[in-house]
Design a protein around this ligand. Structure first.
Ligand code: GLN
Length: 276
């Protein structure tokens, strides 16, 4: 079949843009090249491969896992089913983090539960003077994050394996200026878990207790021990967790607590300062 024919027919259950992305991947060309040569004929091998990947998409597998990549903060991230697919929403956390340290130099920054490294590597790429430590409880995830550091030629990120602060227990004597995290925050039985990409993503990166607050509560409660005076904590959270998160920040001694809304107007990122 010809490229033009594939692109012009509607495939039920698959967005036209996803068809383009998958076909470009199978043919190992850019989407622009794909569209510039509609007369290109797929050989038998390419046809078989494209149909196989299309079937997997029809069954719901995320495009990012099928092509093995996802763009975030203008960087190209390698992703596998061992890591959450970075969301555009999370760019808000990166944006706020960069704003908060704009006038400061040589910051020590911690990213807890880095997954593919989206937050840590984005911040590190913008601030080569900073040192970022990226942790994850999953050795497989950390492997991907390290690959991504290499892939984007980012050298100012170090990696540590472990559950939340356990990964940096030996760093307690050199506290951080800023701690960042996009932890799992979905409630155990949230119906969204059986829809869309979430079905294929690691549960460990998504789910956290009956109200989705388990990981957030640990991170917020413990952060103070690892922060310098006036240190900052920024976390991403769910649309209905703004009040719980603010209460947790206050209980842990944080002040100047601010919640920011994402592009869809949903409360998404909360930060606070640990005043001495
Ligand atoms: N923002 C993701 C979603 O709702 C969840 C990510 C997370 O739990 N950290 O699809």
């Amino acid at each position: 079949m010809r490229v033009g024919r594939i692109l012009s027919r509607a495939i039920s259950g698959v967005d036209a843009i996803d068809v383009e992305i998958l076909l470009a991947k199978v043919l190992n060309i850019s989407r622009a090249t794909l569209k510039a040569y509609p007369e290109r004929e797929l050989n038998e091998h390419e046809n078989t491969e494209f149909n196989a990947v299309l079937q997997r998409r029809i069954h719901g597998e995320p495009v990012a896992y099928l092509v093995g990549h996802k763009e975030f903060w203008s960087l190209d991230f390698i992703v596998t089913p061992d890591v959450l697919i970075p969301r555009a929403d999370t760019e808000l956390l990166v944006e706020i983090a960069l704003e908060l340290i704009e006038s400061k130099k040589n910051m020590r920054i911690l990213d807890l539960g880095t997954g593919c490294g989206a937050i840590a590597l984005s911040v590190a790429s913008e601030r080569p003077d900073a040192t970022v430590i990226a942790t994850d409880a999953s050795a497989e995830a950390l492997k991907i994050a390290k690959l991504n550091a290499k892939h984007s030629h980012i050298a100012n990120v170090e990696f540590a394996l472990g559950d939340w602060f356990e990964a940096v227990a030996n760093e307690i004597s050199s506290p951080f200026n800023m701690i960042l995290s996009n932890p799992p925050y979905i409630a155990n039985f949230d119906p969204h878990l059986s829809k869309g990409d979430l079905r294929f993503e690691p549960n460990k990166a998504l789910i956290s207790g009956v109200d989705g607050m388990d990981a957030l509560n640990i991170i917020i409660a413990e952060a103070g021990k690892y922060l310098v005076p006036d240190g900052l904590l920024l976390v991403e959270h769910g649309y209905d967790q703004e009040v719980l998160v603010a209460a947790s920040f206050a209980a842990a001694g944080f002040s100047d607590i601010v919640c920011c809304k994402d592009l869809s107007g949903i409360p998404r990122v909360t930060y606070g300062i640990l005043r001495p």
